[in-house]
Design a protein. Sequence first.
Length: 364
Amino acid sequence: MKIIIPIARIFVGVLFIISGFIKLNDPIGFSYKLQEYFSVEVLNLPFLEPYALALSIFVVVFEVVLGVFLLICYQRKFTLWSLLSMIVFFTFLTFYSAYFDKVKDCGCFGDALKLTPWESFSKDVALLGLILLIFYGKNNIKPIFKPWITNVIASLSLILSLAFGYHVLMHLPSIDFRAYKIGDNLIQNMSMPENAPKAVQEFKWTFEVNGQVQEVVTNGSYPNIDGTYVGVETKIISEGYQPSILDFSIETDAEDLTQFFLAEPRLLMIVAYNLDTAEVAGLKKLKAFSDAALDKGYTVIGLSASGKEVKKRIQSDYDLNFEFYLCDEKALKTVVRANPGVLQLNEGTVEQKVHWNDIEDLAL
């Protein structure tokens, strides 16, 4: 037990730090995941949605700090009970998502590692077991530093976590795991390879035949059966290949201009998923920046999920001389963690990407 407990403590501590840091690198992304959990369709807690970002920062900072506390044996009782409470909550959440098939990705490791709901639940059950084991052998947990050193490390872990969280909120995630990161080609990330494996589905058809309910299973074809159709249920047997970008587009009401604009060698995309909630300070910067880009021969476009009237109002209020095109809000939230944010592309390849706070740093 004297060997097992320290190993379990180190494993759990390091895992909490890694998991927390990945989410702390992108607290806005984790807040979107919390909003998904709080939605009417999942936990039916819509009153918490406005507080998702604040809760996101609290949870991820607390997760990192608890990992550090466990490693340095700081405030043993508080740390162990906090770890247990957190993992019990996460285990319930992942089980609920898996059993009721509500959320496809728990967001445990942000965009760095995608886990299915059942994989997330299994991971949390394993962690719960390890934390209970640490509880059982808590008398074997001894401080490894002098008290003042332990206090300094604990305080620094909190201060540095908060500082890093503030930095990425005011700029962009330090590490970008998404399919729109610098160096990625959006055209390639949207394309499907010729020999890509396709999804295998099972279709369970229900018919009423001579007053009796009869079920027929096929791989998609309509059954050749004499009877009254009642319904059909589908089940995915194996996932096929999916491009890393599925829902990105540049559209008007009449046409899809995605391929046209992504072929441009000098394209600036100004992304504001919701113009009503976009930062006013950021919108004020767009006029001078876009004018300078146009003067240098760039094609400048805006992307937003907002309606026509809102787009026209923003163009008029801020005297913007570029057009806003339509794109799915969820896709735009994935493109850049800023509202607004700017991407510079060369034939679909992202060469620069900045938060509105850093527009001046974008080289034209």
